[in-house]
Design a binder for this molecule. Structure first.
Ligand SMILES: Cc1cc2nc3c(=O)[nH]c(=O)nc-3n(C[C@H](O)[C@H](O)[C@H](O)COP(=O)(O)OP(=O)(O)OC[C@H]3O[C@@H](n4cnc5c(N)ncnc54)[C@H](O)[C@@H]3O)c2cc1C
Length: 402
């Protein structure tokens, strides 16, 4: 017998669940608060839409930190290879970039989203925009709609409401208190894959805001990672910073302060750098010693001066040590509204193996609103697709035995 299923939230996780459930013959309606679907997905497309990652699956599957084990069955059932095949099935061919990240050849999301929505309609999914879920009422789900307030009583419902980053695209985390009122644990939503504030001097900020710092490595509990980051108005941002966000957040929380050490002279040991710096004429200007002895100029040399005002008086050995691990003192993460994604969310202990909330039989959850985080690199979308599918399968399992 077909059942009525309400998918609440029309991002990647919700749409994926709608696809699976409608293909199984259920009557599916997707309720989306915004005037259009998948706004964050489309924004992700602006930077190329890194849809998944091509690294070896065993490495891929542990990028989700403490949540990796919980996510594993969903990732096993819909792997990065499956994501690529699925996109190709919607007419979006993908390629592996130099870093192993996977992108659509067209480097955007809109053609994929268009043909995905067409396919959902062809599978008889009802797509409702401007339908905002506003909480529980009368044993059902209350919505604000252009026709007024409605209360729905579907056979099963899936929340796929996203995290709390970029709230103006729809995922505004308004659901957090509604679930908490039901006694459901929702861990604090925090910025992930975010920039950090640094107390730059005005002259440094004015001169270097927006400039990349290329070919460096940075170190934290996340490991030593190579790449580039950007000097921003407020501090530092970019993929090399985002990769350390969880580690920096942890240190800020537990120790009250955190430094991100950068190696500005990749490929040269401290000893070699010390020798190269010691060879410089002691009477030469500091800029010349940095340039000729360590190959540092522009923003890299300015970072040394900015962060260690007396660096010009340092011995070659002290300077070499600084250049190989120049500590950037970060003050706090940028606000969650600016982050790429959020950490925290619905506690895994609240869900059974079907992605159903133990406290509310018939209510399921998927996507970024669950408590997991991952670096950028296509991991976020893959986990949203995978959990959307897993929750859809969970709904099917539950409806079968209900
Ligand atoms: C700038 C940027 C770039 C990104 N780039 C990438 C990338 O390249 N690769 C990658 O893997 N990830 C990327 N991400 C992250 C990725 O887009 C998200 O992780 C993903 O969209 C989350 O999917 P979701 O379905 O869980 O939630 P969302 O995409 O946030 O969708 C949730 C939906 O629920 C709706 N909703 C919320 N509340 C209600 C309500 N009360 N009633 C009805 N509807 C509601 C929202 O309007 C929204 O449409 C990027 C994110 C940003 C901000």
């Amino acid at each position: 017998m077909t059942k009525q299923i309400a998918i609440i939230g029309g991002g990647p996780a919700g749409l994926m669940a709608a696809e699976v459930l409608s293909a199984a013959g259920h009557t599916v309606t997707v309720y989306e608060a915004m005037p259009t679907f998948g706004r964050k997905f489309l924004l992700a497309g602006k930077s190329g839409l890194n849809i998944t990652h091509s690294e070896e699956f065993e490495r891929f599957a542990v990028r989700f930190g403490a949540a990796s084990a919980r996510l594993r069955p969903a990732l096993d059932a819909f792997t990065p290879e499956d994501v690529r095949r699925w996109a190709e099935g919607l007419g979006t061919e993908t390629f592996v970039g130099t870093s192993g990240r996977v992108f659509p050849v067209v480097m955007k999301a809109s053609p994929l989203l268009r043909s995905w929505l067409r396919r959902l309609e062809a599978q008889d999914v009802t797509l409702r925009t401007r339908h905002r879920w506003i909480g529980f009422a009368e044993g059902g789900y209350r919505f604000e709609t252009p026709e007024g307030v409605l209360t729905l009583h579907p056979d099963a419902a899936l929340l796929a409401l996203g995290g709390a980053s970029w709230p103006r695209l729809g995922s505004d985390a308004a659901w957090v208190p509604w679930l908490r009122e039901m006694g459901i644990t929702v861990n604090e939503l925090q910025p992930a894959n975010c920039g950090f504030d640094v107390d730059w001097s005005d002259p440094f900020r004015q001169r270097f805001e927006g400039l990349p710092v290329k070919s460096v490595s940075t170190t934290s509990a996340a490991g030593t990672l190579q790449g580039e980051f950007v000097i921003s108005k407020h501090g530092i941002e970019g993929s090399l910073v985002y990769a350390h966000a969880a580690a920096l957040r942890g240190r800020l929380k537990h120790e009250g302060h955190a430094d991100l050490p950068i190696d500005l002279a990749l490929g040269r040991s401290v000893e070699r750098l010390e020798r190269d710096l010691a060879r410089q004429d002691a009477k030469a200007s500091f800029s010349n010693r940095l340039r000729k002895g360590a190959g540092l100029e522009g923003v890299k040399a300015a970072l040394v001066r900015e962060l260690v005002p007396h660096a010009n008086q340092a011995s070659p050995k002290e300077l070499a040590i600084l250049i190989k691990a120049l500590p950037i003192p970060v003050l706090r993460p940028r606000p969650i509204a600016e982050a790429i994604s959020s950490a925290g969310g619905l506690d895994w202990n609240e869900l059974d193996a079907n992605y159903m909330m133990k406290a509310v039989p018939g209510l399921f959850a998927a996507g970024e609103m669950l408590d997991w985080e991952a670096p950028t690199g296509g991991y976020l979308l893959t986990a949203c697709f995978s959990t959307g599918r897993a929750a859809a399968k969970g709904i099917e399992n539950w409806l079968r035995v209900k």
